[in-house]
Design a protein around this ligand. Sequence first.
Ligand SMILES: Nc1ncnc2c1ncn2[C@@H]1O[C@H](COP(=O)(O)OP(=O)(O)OP(=O)(O)O)[C@@H](O)[C@H]1O
Ligand SMILES: [Mg+2]
Length: 255
Amino acid sequence: MTTKVLEVKGLCKSFGGVRALRDLSFTVNENEVLGLIGPNGSGKSTTVNTLSGVLPPTAGEIRLGGHPVQNLPEWDRVAMGLTRTFQTASVFPEFTVREQVVLGCEATRRSRPIASAFRLKADRAEEQEIAKRVDTVLELTGLTALADAKVGVISAAEQRFLMIATALASGPKMILLDEPAAGMISHERETLTRMIRRICDSGTSVLVIEHHMALIMEVCDRIVVLNFGAQIAEGTPAEIRENRAVIDAYLGEAA
Ligand SMILES: Nc1ncnc2c1ncn2[C@@H]1O[C@H](COP(=O)(O)OP(=O)(O)OP(=O)(O)O)[C@@H](O)[C@H]1O
Ligand SMILES: [Mg+2]
C-alpha cells in the first residue's frame, strides 16, 4: 500500500498582485523522490517556503502524515518530520562539521518535553541517541571523514552536503531541497544524486528543486512541473521528457 507523507491540496500564494502559486495539488509518498521543476520565477521556492512554514499560504491545505500543518509554525513542522534546506548555503565557519550537525538535532530535542525528575537520566540517553543519529547522518551524506574539520575550511560542495546533513539530523520523514546542486561541478552533482537516493532509501522522502535536468531525470520517481505558478504537468521522468507543454515552457527540444 502507498503511504502518503505529504499532501498538498489547492495551494495558493499571492504577493500583492503577484499570484506566485495557483492551485497546486500533489502528493509525496513514502520512499519517493519528487522533483519540482520549472523556469525561473515559476514558484518553486515559494512552494517550499509555504510547505516549510516560512511563508503562510493564501489558500490551500498541507498535510503531513495526514495532519493539517498549514497553520503551524516552521519549528512545529520540523518536530513533526518536515525539514528543508535553503537555496543559499548558511554555515557556521568556526564550528566543526559534527557540531553543526548536532545543532540540527536540537530542533527536535527542544520540542520534546521531559519529566524533570528523570531529567539527568533522560539527558544521558538522549545524548547517546543524538551521537548515534549524527554518525548515521554523517555517513549518509559522505561527511564521516570530515567530522572534525572546521566548517570554514571544507569545500563549497561539502558545505552544501553539510546543510543536508544538518536538516537530516532532526530525523525527518520528508526533506525539501531547494537547488542543492547550485555551484557544483559534474562529479559533485553525481555524488549528490547518489546521496539523494540513499536518503530516500533510508526512510526520508525527498522533494527536490533543480535546474540540472540530468540530476532530476536520474534521481526522481515523479516530477511536478510549474510555469507561472501553475502546475502544468506531473509524471515520471520519461513522461515529463516527452510532454509537449513542458518542452515548450521549460525543457526545450534538447532535453
Ligand atoms: N517574498 C516575496 N515577495 C514578493 N514576491 C515574491 C516573493 N518571493 C517570490 N516572489 C515572486 O513570486 C514568483 C515566484 O518566485 P520563486 O522564487 O518561487 O520562483 P522560483 O521558481 O524559485 O525561481 P528560481 O528558479 O529563479 O529560483 C516570482 O514572480 C517572484 O518574484
Ligand atoms: Mg527558487
